[in-house]
Ligand binder design. Structure first.
Ligand SMILES: [Zn+2]
Length: 117
């Protein structure tokens, strides 16, 4: 189980709803993203996990969109943040429509920050 703690965190809650799955650190977002595996999340999305905790693959891709931010949100108004990626064989493949600086890059899945292990 130590390998799970290295890259993935088993979670019983996804986005505030009990679903069950795994979360991982996203180096672009600098936060955790969660895949609902054992039950769908609120919008019905659900992912397949290949069970490889060292080099995990989840399918299909994950497309996170936050926004558009309201007009009274200084600095973010009207903006929609996108983090769209595949996690395959322990590699995060950020797609070209990401709005962050790692768009188009493929990077190894980082180890979990200590506070999430
Ligand atoms: Zn991300």
């Amino acid at each position: 189980m130590s390998a799970v703690r290295k890259f993935l965190r088993r979670t019983g809650t996804v986005e505030g709803y009990t679903a069950g799955g795994y979360s991982h650190w996203c180096p672009a977002y600098e936060g955790m993203h969660a895949f609902a595996v054992y039950a769908p999340q609120r919008n019905g999305a659900q992912w397949l996990f290949d069970g490889n905790v060292d080099s995990p693959t989840f399918s299909p891709s994950k497309n996170i969109r936050v926004g558009p931010y309201p007009d009274d949100d200084e600095g973010k108004k009207g903006r929609t943040d996108v983090c769209h990626y595949f996690l395959r064989a322990g590699q995060i493949q950020f797609l070209g429509d990401c709005t962050h600086a790692m768009a188009g890059q493929t990077v190894p899945l980082p180890e979990l920050p200590a506070r999430y292990r």
